[in-house]
Design a protein around this ligand. Sequence first.
Ligand code: FES
Length: 160
Amino acid sequence: MDEAALQQALTDTQNLGEMPDADAVGTVGSPDCGDMVRLWIKYKEKDGRKVIDKASFQSFGCQTAIAVASIATELIRGKTKEEALSMSAEDLSKPLGPLPPMKIHCGQMVEGALRAALEAESKPAATSAAPIVSDQSGTLADALTAAGKTQGKIKIVLTS
Ligand code: FES
């Protein structure tokens, strides 16, 4: 991993924060470390295609996860859902260089949150694929607080 690129991505963190008018949201927890990422997506029509207008994220995760999420929210702008779905964790973290083995799951967690958001938008809520975290409203902090109060409300699934 390129340490300078990582520090640069952290210094210039993009698109951090909740997006109240988002069209879709996805949340993933990493079984490897217990960290979490939530990612919001807003679409727009451009040249007759529905593309990602903007994306934002919140993360309770390590620096690598934050950097990858920041980069990912920029990389997917202007892409269709299908184009974004075709991006791997490796694609999303490419500006950081190859991640060391113990950090690969950090990129996979961001990929998982992105996939959850992309797939959540295309299916009715009742039948959406594997709700990764049951409470998608509010901030990630709200979800964690609620989970602490209600015990076991957050469902963690494997992201790979
Ligand atoms: S160590 Fe948990 S996301 Fe990176």
